[in-house]
Each structure stands twice: as C-alpha cells, then as structure tokens.
Design a protein around this ligand. Sequence first.
Ligand SMILES: O=C(O)CCC(=O)C(=O)O
Ligand SMILES: [Fe+2]
Length: 306
Amino acid sequence: MSTGRTLEFLTQEQFDQFYRDGYLLLPGFLSDEQIQGLLARTKQLLDDFTLEGHPMTKFTTGESEAENKHVGDEYFLNSGNKIRYFLEEDAVGLDGQLNRSKEQSVNKIGHALHEIDPVFREFTLENEKLRALARDLAFHRDPEVLQSMVICKQPRIGAKVPEHNDSTFLYTDPPSALGFWFALEDCTPSNGALSFLPGSHTTTKIAKRFVRLPEGGTGFEDLPVGDQPAGDNAGKEYIQETCEAGTLVLIHGSVLHKSERNTSARTRFAYTFHMIESPPLAKYDEKNWLQPTPAMPFSKLFAIKA
Ligand SMILES: O=C(O)CCC(=O)C(=O)O
Ligand SMILES: [Fe+2]
C-alpha cells in the first residue's frame, strides 16, 4: 500500500504491516527518560488519589446496588474532562472497602490526562514524533486527541479486557479511531500483554456503538453497517504481543484485541490515548459516551493552519 507521500517516521515495511495486521509495535519508541518521567508522574497521581467521595465500584455502605450503579455511572460518564480513578473490581470487598492499598487498587486513571496533567499533556500534545506518526498513518488532515488513560493492571487482580475494537467506543462516521498504547513496563504472558486478531480490521464491521442511554448509564446500540468491509475471522488466531517498556503499540480502530488478567506479582502500567479524524472527513458521534465540552473541546494535534 502506498500513500503517495513520503513517510516521515515509519519505514514502508512498518506502514504496510500496520495496514495488513491492524496494529504495529514500535519497540524503543520512548526514551528511558520518558518512561521514567511518565511512571513517576503516574505514581504521583496514585499518591494524590483520595477515596473521599469516590463511589467505589460495587456496593457502598447502606445503599442499594441500583443507586450505587447510578453513582458509578456518573463517575464514569463525567470523567471525559477530568482525572478520575477506576478501581479493580477485585480490590473492593463485599463490605465496600478496599482490600489493599489505594495505590494497588486502581485499575486505570482517566480520561483527560492529556488535557489536564502537565506531564501527560506535554508528552501527548507537544510531541513531534507523534505528529510525524499521525501524518504517516494518513491522519494528516486534522486529527483530534481524546480519551487518555493510564492502565495499571495490578498484580494478581488486574482485570482482563475482553475482545473489542476501539471504534465501537469512539465511533465516528466513517470509523477513524486510532489507538496509541505505550508500555511503561515490560508486558509479559503473565501480566496481561495485549493480544490481537491480525487482519481483523479488514473483516470486522463496526456493527454497534457504545452509547450514553437516554435513561442514564451506557449500553450498546446496533449500527447500519453499510459499505464497511465484510468478511469473517474464521481461521484467524489471536497473537499475544509481549513487549518491553518503551514500546508504542499502534492500534487500528477496527482491529479486534484484548488482554488477559494479570496473574503475576508485577504491575503492567501502560499509557494510552486515541486520535480521531475531524470533519469533514469524519463526524464524531453525538451518542458516544465521551463528549467534548465548550470548556474542553478535543485538542488538535496540529496547529490550525490558515
Ligand atoms: O491495556 C489493555 O489491556 C487494553 C487496552 C486497550 O484495549 C486499548 O488501549 O485500546
Ligand atoms: Fe482497546
């Protein structure tokens, strides 16, 4: 596949691999200094985390499960422009209390680190290497950045992430999501390295989207699949991609991927955010769970040219 443009960061082979498999590993993308800087900042955020006012995940004392689900939904749905802390399910006991330290209970931190936190903001929005990569991957027009997270995947309890593709969650018409996923620690078979179904981005339709429901909460809504690619995934097998700290994994919005539970004694910290293309090339869906606000519109990756 050729773009007719000169690639700035990727080799032609890497570019071809990304569009063939639907993902691409770039080992050594982060310098040691960047890894240490992002890890140190993550640890600071975990230190700063206070449980006061947190809905916890399951039951809180004396209230009904339904009410708590509602409070949990609010905490999630309004996190698009904040830094919030989502707990590992197995870190919360039936009594609604954490069964380990708060630092070891957080599954992920999200979803506006790239806007609010100075360290993650500079890394994400002031990064010439990322801009070059975005141009290489045909996001050369006007990409916007959204949904940043640090995923902690805690030792022993770090939850598995079931099979999905990201365009279901960040739907644009046409689908345009692109995931940037940075390993801040080594990813091994036992701590929940990512797995991919290679090529599934060309055979999998984005047949549903994850929406805010009018009655509150979230759910899935079927989509007309139109002229999206057709095919089936029969005979394809998942490949687990172990990698070293500092690796960037690029994830096509339509490729199926997942990760298993962390059964090891070590964390698996990763930083991730997404890019989408903006109008007129793609329209962001107003039903998506994450919505821009007047005070915090999605940031552009490139300075707007006159
Ligand atoms: O970190 C994981 O285990 C899953 C991440 C993921 O699905 C994503 O970044 O799109
Ligand atoms: Fe994903």
